[in-house]
Ligand binder design. Structure first.
Ligand code: GLN
Length: 482
């Protein structure tokens, strides 16, 4: 499914040297979407007019011999939880079915300012709640590597679009693993930056203290380039941090020899598929061959991560989703009184999983239960964050599997929310602690399903995280291509 113009670098050069045009590239990608997306279901909305206008501007710059910005003409698509001015944004929900936002998400603004061509909006679980993309109100997404399987979630469309070559890179959001897990299931690279690294302005909120925006691409290098573009303080988001943004791409070439890689036994426990374990252990051996020192560490509160996450995330969601009542945006049910409008709109507009979470979260926040559940969960969250802090006294990155299994079959877990929640065990911790995490492909199962290696680093140390991930990806491709 790959064309010759499948990397950011080759594409930009081709446009600069006028061997192709941004318009031709965008048309080619729309053609690919036309050809493949019927079976995959990654896109919810296309914005051809906006894309062609931007592509035209890039072509004009190239024709005038102006220097091209770093993402000139690069076809990128956006998870449908980030608002786009004039382009329908649904969050995968019926309740926002006809919602046309009046402004752009900051991350999208920054991508376009760097020359990217936004192709459209990507399918996802409703309000980013889920691990399989089956909670989309519109249609499930099929894993391009095996169409009988889920692509993961909630950014399933973002991972599948890259895996199927329908966009060079995409943005997703990660509240408990929603970038890293689908990246792992679809065999692409996905990064969740540090909390505060990328502005959340214009990201439709699920759980505000856990939500992150991050990039997907085929290579760590491209992910580094996207992060460099979208990272940094934004006055529109007071939680975005005023921390200098390094040149992540330039940093990639620094040697990894001597870096210390932690391995936590809690991430290789019961429930981990033997094939995933073997592939991840081999990847860690590869890091050792590159000169990294492998050091055992412990993250002892990992066993409480799932319960902690599902209390905090649902509590915040119940509050964030209170705004969808039919009065201001999106869908409104026919009704004769105001309270009936609220009730009917929310009943018809939200899907089952979203309702389950609103109820769970409302319960955990209500008087009498707040102390027992929400407050307790906040305390355990602090312990989980401390586990990382302690481990990072001894190591520079921590390596683990991204997920306990490879992609499961469509329908396999959709009636068992507990089983679905438990699969988040290795990813939710980084959201609770706020540390950056990345998933890089590290092999395949006997059924040819991708497996992901996950790496964590200290707060705001994406440079080291990307450097190790890049060194690993380079070494692996040398092994494969001799
Ligand atoms: N699978 C997790 C959930 O269902 C994570 C979702 C996410 O990161 N947005 O909440």
């Amino acid at each position: 499914m790959m064309t010759s113009l499948h990397s950011i670098d080759s594409l930009r050069n081709a446009i600069r040297e006028e061997r192709t045009t941004a318009i031709a590239v965008a048309s080619e990608y729309y053609q690919r979407i036309q050809n493949y997306d019927g079976e995959v279901g990654a896109f919810l909305t296309l914005c051809e007019e906006r894309a062609m206008k931007q592509a035209g501007l890039i072509d004009q710059m190239a024709a005038e011999g102006q220097p091209l910005p770093p993402l000139a003409g690069v076809p990128i698509a956006i998870k449908d939880v980030m608002v786009t001015a004039g382009v329908r944004t649904t969050a995968g929900s019926r309740i926002l079915d006809n919602f046309i936002p009046p402004y752009d998400c900051s991350a999208v603004t920054r991508l376009e300012a760097a020359g990217a061509v936004i192709l459209g909006k990507l399918n996802c679980d409703e309000f980013a709640m889920g691990s399989s993309n089956e909670n989309s109100a519109y249609r499930p997404v099929h894993n391009p590597r095996d169409k009988t399987r889920v692509p993961g979630g909630s950014s399933g469309g973002s991972a599948a679009a890259v895996a199927a070559g329908m966009a060079i890179a995409t943005l997703g959001s990660d509240t408990g693993g929603s970038i890293r897990q689908p990246a792992s299931f679809c065999g692409v690279v996905g990064l969740k930056p540090t909390y505060g690294r990328v502005s959340r302005y214009g990201l439709i909120a699920f759980a505000s203290s856990l939500d992150h925006i991050g990039p997907f691409a085929n290579t760590v290098e491209e992910v580094a380039l996207l992060l460099r573009t979208i990272a940094g303080r934004d006055p529109m988001d007071s939680t975005s941090a005023d921390v200098a943004v390094p040149d992540y791409v330039a940093e990639l070439v620094k040697p990894v020899k001597g870096l210390r890689v932690g391995v936590a036994k809690e991430y290789f426990a019961e429930g981990l598929s033997p094939e995933v374990r073997t592939a991840v252990e081999a990847a860690i051996q590869e890091l050792a061959k590159l000169g990294c020192e492998i050091i055992p560490v412990s993250l002892p509160h990992t066993e409480y991560a799932i319960s902690t996450y599902y209390i905090i995330a649902t509590g915040e969601a119940s509050s964030n989703l209170a705004r969808y009542d039919g009065a201001r945006y999106g869908f409104r049910a026919k009704s004769s009184t105001l309270s009936e409008m609220y009730r009917k709109t929310r009943d018809a507009g939200f899907g089952a999983e979203v309702k389950r979470r609103i109820m769970l979260g409302t319960y955990a926040l209500s008087a009498g239960y707040y102390d027992a559940y929400y407050l307790k969960a906040q305390k355990v969250r602090t312990l989980i964050a401390r586990d990382f802090k302690e481990a990072f006294r001894w190591v520079d990155v921590i390596a683990s599997p991204t997920c306990p299994t490879t992609a499961f079959r469509l329908g396999e877990k959709s009636n068992d929310p507990m089983a679905m929640y438990l699969a988040d065990i290795y990813t939710v911790t980084a959201n609770l602690a706020g540390v950056p995490g990345i998933s890089v492909p590290c092999g395949e199962s006997s059924e040819k399903l991708p497996i992901g290696l996950q790496l964590f680093a200290r707060h705001f140390d994406e440079a080291t995280l990307l450097r190790v991930a890049h060194a690993y990806q380079q070494a692996k491709s040398r092994l494969q291509h001799g």
